[in-house]
Design a protein around this ligand. Structure first.
Ligand SMILES: Cc1cc2nc3c(=O)[nH]c(=O)nc-3n(C[C@H](O)[C@H](O)[C@H](O)COP(=O)(O)O)c2cc1C
Ligand SMILES: C=C(O[C@@H]1CC(C(=O)O)=C[C@@H](OP(=O)(O)O)[C@H]1O)C(=O)O
Length: 386
């Protein structure tokens, strides 16, 4: 069974759409299961004016009946409320064309310049509408569906902010669930209240200076069984697939699993996780590998981090060049976030959940949830007796 999905939609078009194919029948799901995560993605200190306009809500257009999936493609739709202000400017009709609104001063750090050259456009709006991270609302909707699928199999996924604008959350020694429940209450989606205050201040300072900030998010998966993914071929390695998923989030420039780059600086004796056997099961004395060895889950918590660069649109714009005249100009200022790292933690959860759901279906796939659950239970009996 292959789980696959597509998203479509421009930032100021009428709606975002996602089609998910390969989700088994009989998964209990409601629009509210998804709306909660859409709301989480809209939050966070440092978000711009757009989030005051939108109240993201999903509609199922196919694949769900009376609270359960049918096994057929699931279509998820999220309306763009802002479209009401853009209907002519984003109209598909040639006769609606509005003159004098082209975006011609490409923003350093965004897709604008490479996009206009590649797609032969003279208006960077034709690039920025789709390159916008508005698209992440659709991925969070798909991710919420996958999270529900995983939760029904005893697998949990959550994320939080570990660094923002150079301020690091202190290692509190708390367990992951504890961190998560604190982060859920935090405007910076971090578990460390001291760091949170400093982060808020730094975002406010950046805003006042017309500048922007990035940061680092961490996603944790609990309950994943040993043996998802495989070492037998490069594109089946789950570490690589998770890294690609996280790196594909707009503005993400680095991914680490477990110790990540730190592992390169330490001797093997301080990197690898010793193996033990207790109460009829294998276990690890530490989890520096972040739950992945040989491209497979090893039964420990999966821990993956992603680094987000600062938002490209600056209210004190950087220098650029006009697309037509080639004269020097300040870059276009689109209404923009100052910092979206807390929102990006929710997006990172979603893309990890999607990848995990895919790996689970590859190993335990069935046409109905009951079949997947039976396959997983049989495998877990094998694991526990090994
Ligand atoms: C949740 C989220 C919100 C974002 N908001 C903005 C924004 O308001 N303004 C902006 O210029 N970039 C924003 N970005 C980043 C750009 O979409 C991204 O930098 C751009 O698409 C170029 O891709 P790249 O940075 O991966 O090269 C946001 C990214 C995320 C994940
Ligand atoms: C709309 C969202 O984020 C947007 C991401 C984004 C970008 O360039 O990535 C630019 C801004 O869009 P707008 O031009 O409408 O203000 C953000 O608000 C969202 O997260 O839902």
């Amino acid at each position: 069974m292959k789980l696959r999905y597509l998203t479509a939609g421009e930032s100021h078009g009428p709606a975002l759409t996602a089609i998910v194919e390969g989700m088994p029948a009989n998964l209990e799901i409601s629009e509210d299961d998804i709306n909660g995560h859409l709301a989480r993605r809209q939050q966070g200190h440092g978000r711009g004016g757009r989030m005051k306009i939108e109240t993201d809500r999903v509609r199922f257009l196919s694949g769900v009946r009376w609270g359960k999936t049918l096994g057929s493609p699931i279509t998820l739709s999220i309306e763009n409320r802002d479209w009401a202000n853009w209907d002519k400017k984003m109209s598909p009709l040639a006769s609606d064309r509005v003159e004098g609104i082209a975006v011609t001063h490409p923003r350093p750090g965004h897709a604008d310049l490479s996009g206009v050259i590649k797609y032969r456009q003279d208006d960077a709006r034709n690039i920025l509408e789709r390159s916008s991270a508005r698209e992440t609302a659709a991925r969070v909707a798909v991710g919420a569906l996958c999270r529900k699928f995983l939760a029904d199999l005893g697998i949990e996924v959550f994320g939080y902010v570990v660094e923002l604008g150079g301020i690091t959350a202190g290692d509190d020694g708390q367990d992951f669930r504890d961190r998560f429940s604190r982060a859920e209450e935090s405007p910076c989606r971090t578990f460390d209240p001291v760091a949170e205050q400093a982060m808020i201040k730094r975002i406010d300072e950046a805003k006042a200076a017309g500048d922007t900030l990035g940061g680092v998010v961490e996603v944790v998966v609990l309950g994943a069984p040993v043996g998802l993914g495989s070492y037998v071929h490069w594109d089946r390695r789950l570490d690589g697939r998770l890294a690609q998923a996280v790196m594909s989030i707009q503005a993400f420039k680095g991914v680490e699993i477990g110790l990540g780059f730190e592992a390169a600086r330490l001797p093997g004796s301080r990197v690898h996780d010793e193996i033990g056997y207790e109460k009829g099961g294998f276990l690890r004395r530490s989890n520096r590998a972040g739950g992945l060895e040989g491209g497979m889950t090893n039964g420990e918590a999966i821990v993956i981090r992603g680094a987000m660069k600062p938002i490209p649109t600056l209210y004190q714009p950087l220098q650029t060049v006009d697309l037509a005249t080639k004269e020097a100009f300040a870059a276009t200022v689109e209404r923009s976030d100052v910092c979206a790292v807390p929102a990006a933690a929710v997006v990172a959860e979603a893309v990890v959940a999607i990848e995990l759901a895919e790996a689970v279906l590859e190993k335990f796939g069935g046409d109905a949830m009951e079949e997947v659950q039976e396959n997983l239970a049989a495998y877990l009996r094998h694991v526990h007796g090994f």
